[in-house]
Design a protein. Structure first.
Length: 289
């Protein structure tokens, strides 16, 4: 997508507190870039499986009524979350399973950014993202902003003052850097560019300052940070020990047999980072990895 920033942002919500947090982040990014914000609620509105054909007409009316009630609830949720800033926000209710509905709505509005709160799972999967966000991140061809519980809490909206962008010497990292630089300029935020030198790692950067200049150094100041070790671990440690309101990271999409996957480092960072993460995806070939 263009490096100028998003023009159409889709924000799926489920009326939870974490989706309200995701909506506030989505609004902050829409306000910054002048993008149109569409808030989506999707639900299959399925009748019970034991219903007979004779009762389906009655069920259809009940579903229609449920969708109307959902639209009213969505309007109230957005108004309660954004207050007076809700004016001009588009609302959309779709009858579909969540991921299918998000994908459909994104296509309908030509979304170039999906922003969503995501529930962390409990128990043995406590460090996984919610299943919906996990699939959206894996399948989306546009950047995805994920906001987890424990991310910076806006009051009433996020003051994004510190943006961190991990990079290596790859095309997708340069793309993510330009996106991060645009957001930093728009939000008057400090941009920190981080490179982790890995033992036997590919795409290493010897001179980070020179890399930034070649990638398109922005007019504002950029802070440089270099660490050594495992990329994902060092990125998470860096944003845990320093101010970070938004982390912008590039990701490659590849095919693994019949499924789409993104890089291991990106997945680990998105799952563990304590700030909101904007994943800028780059769809590559269909080769197996």
């Amino acid at each position: 997508m263009p490096t100028e920033g998003p023009t159409n942002i889709l924000c799926p919500v489920d009326f939870s507190e974490i989706s309200a947090l995701g909506l506030r982040f989505a609004y902050a990014m829409a306000k910054c870039s002048g993008a149109r914000l569409t808030v989506l609620f999707t639900d299959p509105f399925l009748p019970p499986p034991y219903f007979t054909q004779d009762r389906l007409d009655e069920v259809k009316k009940q579903i229609d009524d449920s969708m109307k009630e959902a639209a009213v609830s969505l309007e109230a949720f957005v108004a309660g979350t954004l207050g007076g800033s809700a004016a001009g926000t588009a609302l959309k209710v779709i009858e579909a399973l969540p991921v299918d509905g998000i994908r459909r709505a994104a296509a309908e509005i030509s979304a170039d950014l999906i922003a969503m709160g995501t529930h962390g799972r409990s128990g043995v999967n406590r460090l996984m993202l919610g299943s919906v966000a996990e699939r959206v991140l894996r399948e989306s061809s546009v950047p995805v902003l994920t906001v987890r519980p424990g991310s910076h809490t806006p009051d009433p909206f996020p003051a994004i003052r510190n943006i961190v962008c991990p990079v290596n010497d790859s095309a997708v990292a340069r793309h993510a850097f330009r996106y991060a630089a645009r957001m930093a300029g728009c939000m008057d935020a400090q941009l920190t560019v981080l490179h982790v030198k890995e033992a036997n790692g590919k795409d290493g950067i010897e001179d980070l300052c020179a890399w930034i200049g070649a990638a398109g150094r922005p007019s504002r100041s950029v802070r440089e940070m270099t660490r050594e070790g495992d990329a994902a671990e060092e990125i998470v440690a860096a944003v845990s020990g320093a101010p970070c309101d938004l982390l912008v990271i590039g990701a490659r999409h590849r095919r693994f047999f019949d499924s789409t996957v993104i890089g291991t480092t990106t997945v680990r960072v998105v799952r563990h980072a304590r700030c909101a993460v904007l994943t800028v995806v780059e769809k590559l070939g269909q080769e197996n990895i």
